[in-house]
Design a protein around this ligand. Structure first.
Ligand SMILES: NC(=O)C1=CN([C@@H]2O[C@H](COP(=O)(O)OP(=O)(O)OC[C@H]3O[C@@H](n4cnc5c(N)ncnc54)[C@H](O)[C@@H]3O)[C@@H](O)[C@H]2O)C=CC1
Length: 419
């Protein structure tokens, strides 16, 4: 269900923009303009802060973004129908993704170093989609037409130039990112060598790649099934790199017609898939402190991989405690594997916590409470993975109990696309 009404999206962006400006003013004695960065990709000068002010000043003309983006793609495919096959059959996710990107760019144009890193990675990831620099020109042309048609009489050359400068900055960073990723394959071919149903909506898949897949425990891959061409979704590897090169993934079926449904319901051993390059920052840190791992649902996958790595290179005397949150006993889909691990490794304690999760009452759920009751975690290194609401709630509990922020590791708190 779309929740973006015109006022919602516009008001939300504006409120966040004002809050950030206030924060910059407080943090910087010279005022907000001192935060003005000017270095773009390849050393070019770009006044992101100036464009941010201009774009924000008339955001009301072009929001909600979903309408703008629908017009953009309609124009692009009408003008250049040969680009349509590069996109998935259903454009819904693509449109949401682009709206998120517009919001992210506009909100962050005052801190180009952060934006550059994100865009460079996005550019590298776009290689698997078969995107070439020339395609971006077609996109720019379509964006200009959509902006004009959406904004109507209030539109101006200055506004259009600000939007196009922002886009060119983003494209340049993405093309740079794609070029510097040139030594890495855009994707790996894989074959499903194991497919086990674990309950009505979860499957554990084992995939062997044709070429070695170089990743670190805790990272994720994007996966494409031939059942849904051009649609890639993220899943974490649930094992540390193994000598036989087999990767384990935990997939919960979510929306009908999505990649997860295809992988859970319609995929069998022997089927082919493709994997994008490994990504993600939640990897095991080299620190001899005891380890706390907190998993919610299939968020268990990367933590199981980190445990696998710990088993291989654990510091002397280092212990680990894994909390596994699940909706119910029946939903503890990996309980046998976890029992095997805790039987094998005396330094590992596993605590299942049931309740909460999809369909239950809103609220922090039982995981933060279970942690709080247990012991003092302030000297631990923590890894947290699961639904964004759970990761946020657990993070808040750990911070409040004295664990420093730089010792709480998790992937960014945005809902990753896994349906
Ligand atoms: N499949 C994978 O490889 C990975 C999945 N994830 C993410 O993990 C999540 C897994 O989803 P499900 O299995 O459906 O989990 P779920 O909705 O069944 O939740 C599992 C448990 O997490 C806790 N929880 C859920 N929402 C909470 C909240 N708002 N506050 C506090 N605790 C909460 C509850 O204890 C619940 O029982 C998805 O968001 C997925 O994107 C993250 C990393 C890897």
């Amino acid at each position: 269900m779309k929740i973006n009404t015109r006022t919602d999206e516009y008001d939300r962006l504006l409120a966040r923009h004002h809050a950030m400006r206030l924060r910059r003013q407080i943090l910087s004695p010279e005022g907000a303009s001192a935060a003005r960065p000017a270095i773009g990709p390849g050393g070019t000068v770009y006044d992101g802060y100036g464009d941010q002010q201009l774009i924000m000043s008339r955001l009301d003309l072009v929001t909600p973004f979903d309408v703008l983006i629908e017009q953009l793609y309609a124009f692009m495919f009408q003008r250049r129908p040969y680009l349509r096959p590069l996109f998935p059959e259903s454009m819904e996710f693509q449109q949401d993704h682009l709206a998120r990107m517009f919001r992210y760019l506009i909100e962050n144009l005052h801190r180009l170093d952060h934006v550059l890193a994100v865009l460079r990675q996005l550019g590298g990831d776009h290689r698997k989609l078969g995107v070439w620099p020339a395609h971006y020109l077609a996109f720019e042309e379509a964006l200009a037409v959509a902006l004009r048609s959406r904004a109507g009489a209030g539109w101006s050359v200055e506004l259009e130039q600000a939007w196009l400068r922002m886009l060119r900055f983003a494209v340049k960073a993405m093309v740079d990112g794609a070029e510097s990723a040139i030594t890495e394959p855009p994707y790996w071919h894989g074959q499903v060598v194991g497919h086990e149903r674990r309950g009505p909506d979860v499957a554990v898949l084992r995939i062997r790649t044709g070429q070695p897949y170089p990743y670190r425990a805790g990272q994720y891959a994007t996966i494409e099934s031939p059942l849904l061409p051009h649609t890639w979704r993220q899943y974490s590897m649930a094992c540390a790199p193994r000598p036989d090169g087999v990767l384990e993934f935990h997939v919960r079926r979510t929306a009908a017609g999505g990649v997860s449904e295809a992988l859970v319901e319609r995929t069998r051993a022997g089927d082919a898939v493709r994997l994008g390059p490994p990504r993600g920052v939640m990897t095991a840190v080299d620190d001899p402190r005891d380890v706390l791992l907190v998993a919610g649902g299939t968020g268990l996958a990367p933590l199981k991989a980190i445990l696998g790595e710990l088993a291989e290179r654990r510091a002397r005397g280092q212990r680990a405690h894994l909390f596994v949150g699940a909706r119910s006993q029946a939903d503890l889909y990996d309980r046998e594997a976890l029992a095997r691990l805790s039987g094998r490794f005396p330094w590992l304690e596993v605590t299942p916590v049931t309740g909460g999760g999809a369909g239950s009452e809103p609220g922090p759920g039982p995981l933060p409470d279970a942690l709080g009751e247990r012991r003092d975690w302030s000297e631990h290194i923590a890894y947290v993975s699961g639904p964004p609401g759970m990761v946020g709630a657990v993070r808040a509990t750990l911070l409040a109990s004295g664990v420093p922020a730089d010792r709480i590791h998790h992937d960014p708190l945005v809902a990753a696309a896994r349906d």
